[in-house]
Design a protein around this ligand. Structure first.
Ligand code: NAD
Ligand code: IPM
Ligand code: MN
Length: 352
């Protein structure tokens, strides 16, 4: 029986990087005797272009019924003028909601071979390997009330967190830490925000269930500095939705490019896998985008949804080896030679 993988290429560089990841997935699956059935659906601007909403019902239904979903990116300048309810980005937020994926895992590590493009001394980042766990279905993104006043003179969003919402994502973070260096840093703004006060109290209480994990707390402003200054001190980081959105892009500086960051969004049903980056409209269609974030997202798909750890690790090693050997897209090549999206993908395939 085939496992059903829904592909959502979306906008901008999305189709190129999803194509790269699909090729890698197919190659690994064939070798592992794993049968994958791919089904492609429109989302974001690609759906709007067809006269459909940014999350068509058929796309949503296919995702909810799939074994796993791999998304490229959404968002295009062509549709930026739309009101929030119909925008590309809202389609993605509705998909996350429909799939119930509340825990967004965003690993960031140093990749030997990217030093030329990094603003760090090598000894600061050598061996850095952390995971940001971003709460994905709450906080300012979804809190009510929200909106722009009728006179257009004010706008409001609400950061609300309930104890069960915090508990479920914190447990994912604690359990991840148990399988790693057993260090968890929870990030909030409990010195100012009530939602953070409840966040910190809840995470602190849960720590009793994970006595092997060392829990610490940081305010988000201090954390944004320390994550860059002492990245080796971090193992697993857990944060509410907007803080996690911002900090996970920030730690992209350690990897060297947003194009290198993968993510896995997990809940009770199928997982949603997507690179952290967006549609990078200026790079689209030029075969220059870095596909590594999406290829590494496919590895996370194998690990978390299909329980194929060996296959996931094989993809990660192939990406690591390619970069180490100097096969680099322009975003991480520094002043050195660079290859395109397709050539990078070929180099990964050759090393699988
Ligand atoms: P972006 O991530 O698209 O681009 C930020 C920077 O990173 C740009 O300089 C871009 O060229 C570079 N970059 C991104 N991906 C890259 C890759 N694979 N290889 C090499 N370089 C890469 O963010 P943005 O410019 O702020 O947003 C563009 C659009 O994407 C907007 O419509 C935004 O809403 C959307 N967006 C979507 C997602 C998503 O689908 N998950 C995430 C972020 C932004
Ligand atoms: C991301 C993006 C999205 C988010 C946008 C496009 C809705 O920035 O996946 O990080 O804010 O979650
Ligand atoms: Mn983001």
């Amino acid at each position: 029986m085939s496992l059903r993988i829904v592909l959502l290429p979306g906008d901008g560089v999305g189709p190129e990087v999803v194509d790269a990841a699909r090729t890698v997935l197919t190659t690994v699956a064939t070798r592992d005797g794993l049968s994958l059935a791919f089904d492609t659906h429109p989302i974001g601007g690609a759906a709007l272009d067809l006269g459909l909403p940014s999350l068509p019902d058929a796309t949503r239904d296919a995702c909810v019924a799939a074994d796993a979903v791999l998304l490229g990116a959404v968002g295009t300048p062509k549709w930026d003028h739309l009101p929030r309810e119909t925008r590309c980005e809202t389609g993605l937020l509705r998909l996350r909601q429909a799939m119930g994926v509340f825990a967004n895992l965003r690993p960031a590590r140093h990749w030997p071979g990217t030093e030329d493009s990094l603003p760090f001394k090598p000894e600061r980042i050598d061996g850095v390997d952390m995971i940001v766990v971003r709460e994905l279905l709450g906080g300012l993104y979804f809190g009510e009330p929200r909106g722009v006043a009728a006179d257009g003179q004010s706008g409001v969003n609400t950061m609300r967190y309930t104890v069960p919402e915090i508990e479920r994502v914190a447990r994912v973070a604690f359990e991840l830490a148990q399988g790693r260096q057993k260090k968890l840093t929870s990030i909030d703004k409990a010195n100012v925000l009530e939602a953070s006060q409840v966040w910190r109290a809840t995470v602190t209480r849960l720590a009793a269930d994970y006595p092997d994990v060392t829990l610490s707390h940081l305010y988000v402003d201090a954390a944004s500095m320390l994550l860059i200054q002492y990245p080796k001190d971090f193992d697993v980081v857990v944060a509410e939705n907007l803080f996690g959105d911002i900090l996970s892009d920030e730690v992209g500086a350690i990897a060297g490019s947003l194009g290198l960051l993968p993510s896995a969004s997990l809940g009770a049903g199928p997982g949603l896998y997507e690179p952290v980056h967006g549609s990078a409209p200026t790079l689209a269609g030029k075969d220059v985008a870095n596909p590594a974030g999406t290829i590494l997202s496919a590895a996370l798909l194998l690990r978390h949804s299909l329980k194929r750890e060996a296959a996931a690790a094989r993809i990660e090693r192939a990406v690591e080896q390619a970069i180490r050997e100097g096969v680099r897209t322009v975003d991480v090549a520094g002043a050195g030679p660079s290859v395109g999206c397709r050539a990078f993908t070929e180099a990964v395939l050759a090393r699988l």
